[in-house]
Design a protein around this ligand. Structure first.
Ligand code: GAL
Length: 416
């Protein structure tokens, strides 16, 4: 806790410095894209804007999933000094919109025809009371597995088709002395794995009932107990140093062959690409076994903080740049995500990106597209954090699977 406060204070001091250096004509952007792959993608946006004469005042707050960034944001807003633009996810956008903190982007959206090209599932988080309040950058999804191809080949492991095959693959790797699962023990990463594990164990109706409808019966069900039991299997196949590890360092373990698999959203692909790795040759991407038809999505968006009633020229320029089709292709190719517009060609994307685009369209058409619990697209932050606490306590051995399900029912009922 102490460490966290220190870190936040340092970040706030950095924020104060960066604000004093801001010029009119700059956008100040608060974000958590600090890993190698993320920074490479962010550069595409910076350069795009700078090419149009809009300066970039960078305000990075490290911490995957954005929890620390949201803490810094709250402090900035409370002190009357909100950043111009903020990377944000799902329910956080709606929460700030309800506080009347966000600039109205309707003029830009109407002029650029956003209604026609941005999928409904994203509009649900980008609009408040019929007004556009944020600009979607991408669509990520969490139910992916990333694998080192050479490690799998050397151990005779094919892409697992179901949970049982996946468990067998983990055991094969353990017997061969390879770390089966690269994982970082941070609450948001534990929850990211849980997204896929629960979807696989119980299917989409169960996932929706538990995490979107917050139905007590589903939260405390035998299927939830089974989901926790499967988390124990995964916990049994991580290395001894998993605790607190950043997600991109876990990805690096798969990249360099130290580990076989990582369960992580497709921002992990940005790390493989940044390391010069090629999908299908060096690494494999596949949907978590048993979730091949589903997509648990999270979309990064940029919300613009109201700077006095009107969207500034710089904020409008940023929103326009983000939704331009050429930017949507260039950025998402590097980031690992897929476009937030439905009319962008998949030509520039690699095999995993092409699959991501196909999966997203198919899941949306068949009713298999669900918001990610772990990344703020299933329930508001208070509920999300309550779920995190139980998942992480269980992952670290505080509860058995049956107790964890009971704790989940209680935690959600208190938080909602
Ligand atoms: C997610 C975000 C991604 C990626 C990831 C790890 O919440 O949507 O863009 O940055 O966190 O930092």
């Amino acid at each position: 806790m102490r460490k966290f406060i220190l870190k936040t204070t340092t970040t706030l001091a950095a924020a104060a410095v960066s604000v004093s250096m801001a010029h009119a004509g700059d956008v100040e952007v608060l974000h958590w894209w600090t890993s190698g792959g993320e920074a490479a993608a962010l550069n595409v946006l910076k350069q795009d804007l700078e090419g149009q004469g809009t300066g970039w005042n960078d305000m990075p707050v490290a911490g995957g999933g954005g929890e620390s960034a949201m803490t810094v944001l709250r402090a900035r807003v409370t002190s009357g000094n909100p950043p111009t633009a903020v990377q944000m996810l799902g329910f956080d956008i709606l929460d700030w919109a309800k506080e009347d903190a966000l600039a109205d982007l309707n003029d830009v959206a109407v002029k650029e025809g956003w209604d026609d090209v941005i999928p409904e599932a994203l509009q649900a988080f980008a609009k408040h009371d019929g007004q556009w309040v944020s600009a979607p950058v991408n669509v990520h999804s969490t139910n992916w597995v990333w694998a080192n191809k050479a490690v799998l080949d050397a151990n005779g492991i094919a892409v697992p088709a179901n949970w049982e095959e996946f468990e067998a693959a983990l055991e094969t790797l353990a017997a061969a002395g390879v770390t089966p699962v690269a994982h970082g023990g941070q609450a948001w990463q534990d929850a990211t794995v849980f997204d896929a594990v629960a979807m696989s164990a119980g299917g989409p109706e169960f996932y929706k009932a538990a995490f979107i409808d917050l139905d007590e019966e589903a939260l405390g069900s035998d299927t939830m107990v089974e989901s926790f039991r499967r988390m124990e299997v995964i916990r049994g196949h991580v290395d001894d140093n998993f605790s607190g590890r950043d997600w991109n360092l876990a990805t690096a373990m798969v990249i360099n062959g130290e580990a076989g698999f990582q369960m992580m959203g497709d921002w992990a692909k940005g790390e493989f690409l940044n390391a010069g790795k090629v999908p299908g040759e060096d690494f494999l991407c596949f949907r978590f076994p048993g979730t091949e038809d589903q997509v648990t999505f999270n979309a990064d968006q940029f919300a613009m903080f109201d700077q006095g009633g009107k969207v500034s020229a710089e904020q409008a320029a940023l929103a326009t740049a983000i939704l331009s089709p050429s930017f949507q292709s260039a950025f998402n190719v590097v980031k690992g995500s897929v476009p937030a517009r439905t009319d962008v060609s998949d030509e520039a994307f690699d095999a995993c990106g092409k699959q991501g685009m196909k999966d997203l369209a198919a899941a949306a058409a068949s009713g298999n597209l669900y918001g990610s619990m772990a990344h703020g697209h299933a329930a508001p932050a208070a509920v999300k954090n309550a779920i995190y606490d139980v998942i992480t306590a269980h992952f670290n051995g505080e509860y058995d699977a049956a107790t964890a399900a009971l704790e989940l029912v209680d935690a959600v009922s208190i938080a909602k």
